[in-house]
Design a protein around this ligand. Sequence first.
Ligand code: FE2
Ligand code: FE2
Length: 743
Amino acid sequence: MTASVANPACPLPDRTVALPARTFEISPAGREEADRLRRLPADELFFRLVRNQESDAVLLTCRRLLDAYLGHDAFPNTVPDPAVGIAEVPSLVEQVRAELAPVVAELAGQPAAVRQLVYRQRAPLALLDGCWLDLVSQPATQPAIIVNRLYAQHYLLRGAGNPARSQEHRRRRALEAAEVTLPPIGAHDFLAKAQARPLTALHACGYLALSRLPANFLPELVGVQFAFRMLGIDDLLLGSEPVLPGEELRSLLAGFGELADRAAQARLVRAVRLVLELEREHLGMLAELARWRSEQSLESRVAEIIARHAPLAGRQHGRISVGGRLLSEIFADPNLDLAGFLGAFRESGQVTRGSDGDSPFSTAIKFGGPMFGIFDAEEAAVFRAWVASVQAGQRPPIEISPNTAGDAAARRWAARLAESEPADVVIRTPAVADDRELFFRLVNIENFPNTLALAAEHARRNLADAEVLFEHGAAGRYTDASYFEYTPQALYRHGERVYWGKLVDPYRPLTEIPDRDEVIFTQSTYALGYLIDGAWLHKLGNTGHCERESDQMLFAIYADEVGHGDLVKNHITLTHRVLHSLGIDLPHIRTEAFTDQADLPDELYGFSLHQLALCLLPDTFYNELLGYNYAIEMFGSGELRLHEIQKLRHHGFDDCYEQAHLTIDNFSAGHTRQAADIIVSYLDGVRRTAGEDVVQQEWRRIWRGYASFALFVEHALLKQLAGSPAPADPQPADTEPFADLLI
Ligand SMILES: [Fe+2]
Ligand SMILES: [Fe+2]
């Protein structure tokens, strides 16, 4: 493929490895919220970050976290070797791996109970591993070579079409084999069940922060991807095979080195150093944890269990008292004196052996006792051992050794986050002059998250407007957005009817081919949409948001749209190829220069703006996106594509984009069928958990999403409706969907 001479701004192949530095615009309310967020305990902060992917407060927090971790003095005690450049990175990582491997081996060789504690603590990082690839492919970064190499790795880590083969699933299975079972990453108790120390939570927040700003931190991301995987701490610890071969990672690094200038290379090296230090720090914490557990006295273990359960005891213990004080009072005391309590407890009648051989406390925690089920098997075993030692007359001094593993480092990171004020953050209420500026901001959303509220408003307006088609949509030329009560059968019937009746069967080869300029013009009316092809799906399978079958299925369609990271099959590459053959050489859509492009008409921005607005708020508009996905995948199948192919071929233009969609989007098994299956799968989940009434409410939102797509392609019908309000039976108009808008 040759690079475009006419347009050096966006030549193919796209050799971009770092975007130009830009400021990060945050709304005043976003800053206030972010100031609150960074004061939260680390586990609470993690939960907010993982669940909220739609607010500028979270984006600012991510920017601050990256500043805290990547700042020059992040590791004050480590003197970086200035001689280390990108060429030395593999040996540097290898060296640190050799240094850390014995530490890992020692941890893996601990007795089962200690090893389980270590696995549990490490699990959040093992399961988040690779989250930084979630958004690496997005409108601002496609179709860069390096982005697609990363995406190909992402696709492999996600199981290459089979989620059960994904790295996360493999690791969960390995953890479960060691009896460490954790809820989904987005669950409120994910970190609690992992008994995550603050340091683990803060490291997790750091990687998650990178996952939210990948376009701005592309060189760092490549560094993290290389160093984290080549160190391979989790595979060493769990004894598993890496999903990505080292050769592939070395080739990624070499590829980056060939494309990157010195500044970008230096950024990568800094991130590599960060990962090496963070992993050294985390392993140090795991070793500290293992030591603490191994040396912990029985009394201290009992105290730890009591401390964990005391806040949940409430008024459960009725009139039972120990040492002359009611248990309900003791456990409600925020300054609970554990050593004092334990001293009194072991002298109380609660642990004295009764005539049946059991103490009242032991009887209480057994099956049939009032405390049965409060403690897990391991906790109950600790209590049994302790009661036996007390009954045997042992009275060792009660020394409680609190678990402080990693706390010093955690305090340092928390302090850095609290002080972080990156110089490139600008607090501003967004003012958007026109559609072109809004498009620029939405493509570069990492830098303009203060625009998200405007995006939400924009999408809501379109969705509300689209409801007019609930009544009159049957007369659409390419769609039928008329409302119907949902059943899976009704949806599939709709698909068959529109696909065959409106899109495929009407096809007759053109007997007259429009002239060259007209063909170019019609293609230009599609181009803005083509340049963000797939974007409506790009945020729908992220870490903490990929738990339903429908999420996995949406991820699979997006993966197809970007060719699984193969540039030859990537739909954005295809778009650029076609445009180039038409003589339309545009700057990249993320650039300021694109705001001034003169090839694509102003009137067509609405369609792309709606799509971007929806997709940037994937939790708010989840249902709407399901309907939109079904509509857009079906659109352009059949007649419309075949005519375009005929026209393009006639004039010797490249028709690869149209060709690719002819097959991939079909209703037999292609994207259109999958889009209908996704809706059925999602609503089936709703039916099973919330009932049929809720299904219809959720369906209505899905159908608004479908209708909102129709709103942008059924201009003739809408004009007809606007001209003569509510005609009983509007007539289908036979015009090209977008060109009609410009007439
Ligand atoms: Fe596509
Ligand atoms: Fe598609």
